[in-house]
Design a binder for this molecule. Structure first.
Ligand code: NAD
Length: 707
């Protein structure tokens, strides 16, 4: 698209409007910058123009910079020239904002002389969450407009504020209700009548009271707390400090140098990787191009328990009517009551109004009769985890569902090929593996069997979008992508507590490294009994290791079920999820370790991390080699979206390349020496890539299964 098409200049008597229309969200890419530059030049040179208005069409004012440019050559110089040209215009320039104005989108507005916004506008600077700092003048202009303290807050919290808050803070001058264009033109005219003139942000000074040593120290504490293991927050603080100490132009140079330094950091590369990885999951290279998904207007969910209720909420939230069916009237009642409670808590927290709640509830239609599923376009089964039961359900579905309906199962551990074989239409059967709580967790593993049709896959990928889920395609195997990789990670955590590490030591090491929650705390939350049931049902799959998941079994046998009864790896006060160290748990674990003759061992933090993470990464390489996942970045999405893996480390496969495959291989070999080959056999792909001196990223771009 040419720059002429995305940026145009219109006149309204003595005023000029620079209007940008670059769908979908007016990202400031190279084309937009070029168009803006020439438009600003044209308007500034026109002696008949008395004021300039900058506004965008479509859903939002500039949403931000172009992430695709992050990995290319630095663009700050180009941004700076453009923004300086806007600021240097000889006539007042007003930015008229609406929508979600983030990062570079807000920075361009800061370079204008005045800012107005529609009431629902949200404005923020989320750069530090991407491992960078605002690099187009944001760290220099924002403190000049609102003082250093508030500017630091906005950058470090990374949370957008609404227009009213922005006005209070001082970087929005007026809120325009009604039509933004005419309201903003009116604002500009009044300004001119009142003698308002050019007001350059760069000429403002930062009030000293907002930039005390105290303020900067507090900000540094906040940055360390919010962003452990990361640097960008601290760099942002240094850039704001520079704004208080240097002339504007020098401050901009400093900011440029620091943002480019940030872009080279692993934390930034990882965050950018995670961003694009999430967008790549819907691309499925082996599906024929022309295959479309079927529209989904009506859904069915079987089983009104924990998962079924959450899944029904997802559909209702997406505006899709859903029949919620249970075999048991009392269970159905309970399920509906849980759904009502979930919505009520959203109302209580101000996330939904009473009318919204009522509307969503009407979309959920309870039923005890499979015939009510006859019109559903997709049915998701979320009944008990039992093969015979699920096969019986799918046989009934085969009779009840209309031809072409997608028949999905939410199973975590059962073989979907066998479930599909219970129907006369295996091409329509697929796994839709939601994570608990299903209405909250963004991940959806989509599991194809050898018979699943391309149409069924596409339909589910589309419906995932409507449900606001991030779908990742996997092939059938035990545990799919996420739980299969979890196996070794959790196994080692449990084994280390048998060797004498405390649950606290294991969890703290993992959390200090960045996992959202240590795995033993996760077990307590999910229920030790839930894990034990899975281990028992699948014992035949496990290697002949007598210590295998024995920490779980020992606690379970002692009646410790986790948070639900106040004791598991930790103990809990009633109504409180705080993990308290519990000597009783330790003595149960010690006793089991003695019985199994597990040798005691000292565990450094490094060892805890290596022993949990290396098997996880190693299994990821097996999954890739087997083609269970389409691409390494899909594995990264599974773990960042579903398992609390830190986004700033990019995901497990990105992390494998970060530490280097030779390090991973050496680690696997080191523990194979200590513990034997049963659990520590390096993946063939790992050995091969190390021999070839290649990274995972190189392998994937050259020969990976996703190509
Ligand atoms: P749950 O026990 O909370 O709910 C199961 C519901 O299914 C019950 O209400 C039960 O009455 C109903 N049901 C049983 N047989 C039925 C039948 N023939 N027809 C209709 N309804 C029937 O179970 P859950 O935790 O929601 O798990 C459901 C499924 O989701 C299981 O396959 C489980 O493995 C899987 N899963 C669970 C989680 C989780 O964290 N709980 C996560 C992912 C997947």
């Amino acid at each position: 698209m040419s720059s002429v098409a995305v940026v145009r200049v219109e006149r309204d008597a003595e005023l000029a409007l620079i209007i940008v229309d670059s769908p979908p969200v007016n990202t400031i890419d190279g084309t937009v910058r070029a168009g803006l530059s020439s438009a600003v030049r044209e308007v500034a040179a026109d002696a008949t123009v008395r004021g300039m208005l900058l506004l965008c069409e479509g859903r939002t004012f500039f949403s931000g910079a172009d992430m695709a440019e992050f990995s290319g050559p630095p663009r700050e110089e180009e941004y700076r020239r453009l923004f300086n040209a806007i600021e240097a215009a000889p006539i007042p320039v007003v930015a008229a904002m609406h929508g979600t104005v983030l990062g570079g989108g807000l920075e361009i507005a800061l370079a204008c002389h005045y800012r107005v916004a529609a009431p629902a506008t949200r404005l923020g600077m989320p750069e530090v969450t991407l491992g960078i700092i605002p690099g187009a003048g944001g760290t220099q202009r924002l403190p000049r407009l609102m003082g250093a303290e508030h500017a630091l807050n906005l950058m470090l919290s990374a949370k957008p504020v609404d227009a009213a808050e922005a006005q209070k803070l001082g970087f929005v001058d007026s809120i325009i209700s009604g039509d933004l264009r005419s309201g903003a033109l009116g604002y500009l005219r009044e300004l001119l009548v009142a003698g308002g003139s050019v007001r350059k942000t760069c000429d403002m000074s930062i009030p000293a009271a907002t930039a005390t040593i105290d303020v900067f120290e507090r900000a540094a504490r906040q940055a360390r707390k919010l962003y452990p293991n990361r640097r960008a927050g601290l760099v942002a603080i240094e850039a704001v400090r520079a704004a208080t100490q240097m002339p504007f132009a020098a401050g901009l140079e400093y900011e440029t140098r620091r943002v480019n330094e940030c872009k080279q950091s692993t934390e930034s590369k990882a965050a950018v990787h995670a961003f694009f990885a999430e967008r790549a999951t819907r691309h499925i290279p082996d599906l024929p191009d022309g295959v479309q998904g079927r529209p989904v207007a009506l859904a069915g969910v079987i089983g009104a328990g924990t998962m079924g209720g959450g899944i029904a909420i997802c559909f209702a939230n997406a505006g899709i009517a859903v029949t919620l069916l249970d075999a048991d009237a009392a269970a159905l009642e309970r399920g509906l009551a849980n759904i009502e409670r979930t919505y009520q808590s959203m109302v209580d927290r101000g996330r939904l109004d009473a009318a919204g709640k009522a509307q969503r509830l009407t979309r959920i239609r309870p039923s005890l009769d499979y015939r009510d599923l006859a019109a559903a376009d997709v049915v998701i089964e979320a009944a008990f985890e039992d093969m015979a039961l699920k096969q019986a359900i799918f046989r009934q579905l085969d009779t009840a569902a209309k031809p072409g309906a997608v028949l999905a199962t939410n199973t975590s551990t059962l073989d979907i090929e066998q479930i599909a074989a219970a129907t006369g239409r295996p091409g329509d059967v697929i796994g839709m593996h939601f994570f608990s709580p299903a209405n909250v967790m963004p991940l959806l593993e989509v599991v194809r069997t050898t018979k699943t049709s391309a149409t069924a896959i596409r339909t589910v990928m589309h419906v995932a979008k409507a449900l606001r889920k991030t779908p990742v395609l996997a092939k059938v195997c035990y545990g799919f992508i996420g739980n299969r990789m979890m196996e070794g990670y959790a196994r080692e955590a449990g084994r280390m507590v048998l060797e004498g590490a405390t649950p606290r030591a294991v969890d703290s090491a993992l959390e200090g490294w960045g996992m959202a929650m240590g795995i033993l705390g996760v077990f307590d939350m999910a229920g030790i009994d839930v894990g034990v049931n899975v281990h028992t049902a699948n014992a035949h799959r496990y290697p002949p290791d007598p210590t295998y998941y024995q920490a779980d079994f020992a606690l379970h046998e002692a009646g410790r079920l986790g948070q639900k009864n106040g004791k598991g790896y930790y103990r809990y006060e009633p109504g409180n999820r705080t993990r308290i160290d519990d000597p009783e748990a330790l003595s149960i674990l010690r006793a089991r370790a003695r019985k199994l003759q597990v040798p005691e061992r000292e565990h450094s933090e490094q060892e805890i991390l290596e022993r949990c993470l290396y098997p996880l990464l190693n299994e990821g390489l097996r999954i890739l080699e087997e083609g269970v996942a389409l691409r390494a970045s899909d594995i990264d999405v599974v773990w960042t979206a579903g398992y609390g893996f830190p986004r700033y480390r990019g995901g497990p496969m990105f992390y494998a390349d970060t530490i280097g495959l030779p390090t991973l291989l050496a680690g696997m070999e080191k523990y194979r020496e200590s513990f034997g080959p049963m659990h520590w056999q390096p993946a063939p792909l790992l050995v091969q890539l190390v021999e070839q001196g290649r990274t995972l990223a190189q392998w994937e771009s050259q020969s990976g299964p996703g190509r």
